[in-house]
Design a binder for this molecule. Structure first.
Ligand SMILES: Cc1ncc(COP(=O)(O)OP(=O)(O)O)c(N)n1
Ligand SMILES: Cc1ncsc1CCOP(=O)(O)O
Ligand SMILES: [Mg+2]
Length: 205
């Protein structure tokens, strides 16, 4: 089964919570609650509803950006980018029991997050996507191959998920570069049936 992290997004059709619920119903075991620009109280309200849902589906729940809220709500972890709290500082607050993911766009980012004690890396973007503003340069397959071979040479072992504009058709080639999993949002939420699309992606041959 493909290792899949679903990233929530609000669309004209679905709320953040509905988006996560559909991914869970499709079998996804790893949800990132990402509510860009939403006030903290709103993130907290959705997280409080999502936490028991994830538990019911035996899925991991990580929050995008919000370290203190992750600690307060005792979710499973956080995902942090370059403009967020540094990973070593988040580790001091959260301790070892929480999962901390970091965003990397270059091998240098990988080294920095690895040394800071990240548990996994979201490397991207694979291609252009409208789900995130101010995107870093797209990596394409060559970008992943290059970063992963540099990681191998440097003996850096840490799980990697690819992210950014990924669709069902991209999955075999992306996994072939050596990444461990994928993080998706738009391709699931844009499908006619997001529950079935999640299931189809997870069971990709
Ligand atoms: C799995 C994963 N990878 C990368 C990101 C991007 O995080 P960040 O750079 O902090 O950007 P925002 O998501 O906060 O806009 C991610 N969220 N998840
Ligand atoms: C959060 C994030 N970080 C880099 S690309 C991206 C968005 C991923 O969503 P999509 O799968 O819709 O491109
Ligand atoms: Mg962030």
């Amino acid at each position: 089964m493909v290792s899949l992290q679903f990233i929530t997004h609000q669309t004209e059709r679905y709320s953040y919570l509905e988006s996560a619920r559909m991914a869970l119903e499709g079998g996804c075991k790893w949800i990132q609650l990402r509510m860009k620009e939403a006030p903290l109280e709103e993130v907290e309200a959705v997280a409080l509803q999502l936490k028991p849902l994830c538990k019911e589906h035996e899925a991991i729940l990580v929050l995008d950006d919000h370290v203190e809220l992750a600690r307060k709500l005792e979710v499973d972890g956080v995902h942090l980018g370059k403009k967020d709290m540094p990973i070593d500082q988040a580790r001091q607050i959260l301790g070892e029991a929480f999962i901390i993911g970091g965003t990397a766009n270059t091998f240098e980012d990988v080294v920095q997050h690895y040394r800071a004690g990240a548990d996994y890396l979201g490397i991207g973007p694979f291609r252009f996507t409208t789900t995130k503003k101010n995107l870093s340069p797209v990596l394409g397959l060559k970008g992943y191959s290059s970063i992963l071979s540099q990681m191998k040479e440097a003996n850096i072992e840490i799980p990697v998920v690819a992210i950014g504009g990924i669709t069902y058709e991209d999955i075999p080639a992306i996994l072939h570069t050596g990444v461990n999993g994928i993080a998706l949002s738009g391709t699931i939420l844009g499908a006619d049936n997001p529950v079935e699309e999640t299931h189809r992606i997870l069971n990709h041959a």
